[in-house]
Ligand binder design. Structure first.
Ligand SMILES: Nc1ncnc2c1ncn2[C@@H]1O[C@H](COP(=O)(O)OP(=O)(O)OP(=O)(O)O)[C@@H](O)[C@H]1O
Ligand SMILES: [Mg+2]
Length: 303
């Protein structure tokens, strides 16, 4: 006899059945062309769809975005995605992600200071309409903290249109992390102002103190805590077809290029120090053989 899915305790205390894997895989294949979920994606998606808070730790490139993009397609309502990256790297990150979703026919938008008033008003008009078309709305934590936007969100929530709050790069809430942003602290407002909406916190930062801080600061209630393996080769090389699809479907190819360039700069820096060390060792051997320190000077000038 097959087991029925376990009911999960949701943020308002009632119990709901989880959506079955098959139905979710269908959405994944249809919209994104991936054959199956990876890491802890499925667990995170099922948890938030059942109304439960979730803390999800996954490595960079692990597929955290899917954990809120699939719920946006599997359930009625709007998914609010809070991310700090719009202002920092608008062309590499959220704008790119929203563009890729739109190309797939998924109604997604972002609100940031780089947009025209006309573009913003168009989004607000949709949100205030009888039946908004929007499925995913990307915003910055700074915007959440403004009274005007919070009032709009409260209205949308009051009309029962909000299905999930996803907080990407959630480690930015923690003063223990390397990327602390004071505006993230204000996100705890969301829990009080928008009750009974599950909150999904996503990060690639594995420091335990930061994790505890995120859960506490965002007032997550009895969250499902998921931690994926940080073994990157398992993510990237388990199925070559998936890699090819990933590249084709990547919404973030420019970001990847940037990352690659940064990693290669880092490698160059490491090589520089390694060769500098070697050179210094060589020079010190020469010093021992009583040749003057001018060699050391000429060596250091090369750099
Ligand atoms: N189940 C899956 N199967 C194959 N590829 C996937 C799957 N889920 C996501 N991907 C792909 O993995 C890549 C990285 O996804 P994503 O940008 O969501 O990662 P991330 O965890 O948010 O990384 P970062 O920490 O850099 O923000 C994307 O190209 C995405 O299409
Ligand atoms: Mg991400």
């Amino acid at each position: 006899m097959s087991k029925s899915p376990l009911p999960l305790q949701n943020v308002c205390g009632s119990e709901k059945q989880v959506i079955k894997k098959e139905a979710l895989v269908k959405i994944l294949r249809w919209h994104f062309g991936h054959s199956d979920f990876r890491g802890k994606q499925l667990e995170a998606i099922q948890a938030v769809l059942s109304g439960r808070d979730c803390f999800c730790l996954m490595p960079t490139g692990g597929g955290k975005s899917m954990c809120y993009q699939i719920p946006a397609l599997a359930k009625q309502g709007i998914v609010l995605v809070v991310s700090p990256l719009i202002e920092v790297f608008p062309f590499f990150c959220q704008e790119n992600q929203v563009g890729a979703l739109k190309e797939k026919g998924i109604a997604a938008e972002y609100l940031s200071s780089t947009q025209t008033i006309k573009a913003k008003n168009k989004i607000y008009e949709d949100l205030e309409s009888g039946k908004p078309a929007l499925r995913l709305l990307y915003v910055t934590p700074e915007l959440i903290a403004t009274p005007g936007f919070m009032a709009k969100l409260t209205k949308i929530h009051g009309r029962g249109l909000l299905s999930l709050i996803a907080i990407d790069e959630a480690h930015c809430v923690s003063t223990w992390g390397h990327d602390f942003r004071p505006s993230y602290r204000k996100l705890s407002l969301l829990r009080n102002r928008l009750p009974c909406i599950p909150v999904l916190a996503l990060t690639a930062t594995a420091v335990p103190k930061v994790q505890e801080d995120v859960i506490e600061s965002l007032s997550l209630q009895n969250p499902l805590v998921l931690k994926s393996s940080f073994n990157r080769p398992n993510i990237y090389y388990e199925d070559p077809t998936e890699i090819a699809k990933s590249v084709v479907h990547s919404s973030r190819s420019s970001e990847w290029r940037l990352r690659e360039r940064m990693e290669s700069l880092q490698r160059a820096e490491e090589n520089y120090y390694r060769s500098k060390n070697n050179q210094e060792k060589q020079v010190s051997k020469v010093d021992k053989n009583s040749i003057s320190g001018t060699l050391r000077e000429s060596g250091s000038r090369e750099y």
